[in-house]
Design a protein around this ligand. Sequence first.
Ligand code: CNA
Length: 257
Amino acid sequence: MVGAGISTPSGIPDFRSPGRGLYSSLQQYDIPYPEAIFELSFFFRNPKPFFTLAKELYPGNFRPNVTHYFLRLLHDKGLLLRLYTQNIDGLERASGIPASKLVEAHGTFASATCTICLRSCPGEDFWADVLADRVPSCRVCTGIVKPDIVFFGEPLPERFLLHVADFPMADLLVILGTSLEVEPFASLSEGVCSSVPRVLINQDVVGTFAWHPRGRDVVQLGDVVHSVEKLVKLLGWTEEMRDLVRRETEKVPRVNR
Ligand code: CNA
């Protein structure tokens, strides 16, 4: 399970870190209060701020960091049952983890849906408009095309239901970079069997690790990259990680706008 804290080392602010979180820096988006950016009622009145944020998060503006590549390495080794992410930055996909291994619980910019005729389209269809500061519109009915990001009050993607089968099957749960404050995502942390070790890697102790810890819980506090590097070293995977990061970094040229 991962959240915004795994992408702060890639340069994307989280929501809640005081002073440097996204919610503290949303003034530039011309919205009445931070949460409005993900509210449908506000979006239909003024979709611009959301698309300004979308433009910021354009794939290619940011790169996966060691944490994403650690998860990719788990997949390469056949150890990743599933990656449940709250992030909408697409860096899990960018790290090379296939979509079949992902549950993007709060949605994705990889696809979009017309708000009027509900026609679905791939992300490539709307990015040109977003990058040119235009609100993308449907080719069929001219309705506003909304990227498949889950707004407040919207149902989670159907794939989220995979948790019903995944969590009882897991024999280790690793939780990285999340405040475990957003439901129903946060409660997944309680979905593994009570005998299954849970490892929290985060800046601070959060959620059930604070108020209802289990006997086999492990908590590693501090910067996520530092903690992951430490874990990788303990696993004896340092060389492999270095090779993977080198290969992937050479592959994806950074897009500078
Ligand atoms: P959050 O509530 O902002 O919590 C982030 C957590 O990560 C906090 O506990 C921080 O202390 C911790 N953290 C931040 N940086 C580090 C670091 N370098 N090392 C270790 N820990 C760190 O974010 P959540 O994901 O828990 O909240 C869910 C929201 C945030 C979802 O709806 C997301 O869509 C949303 N969000 C996503 C992104 C993104 O896609 N990158 C960015 C900002 C917000």
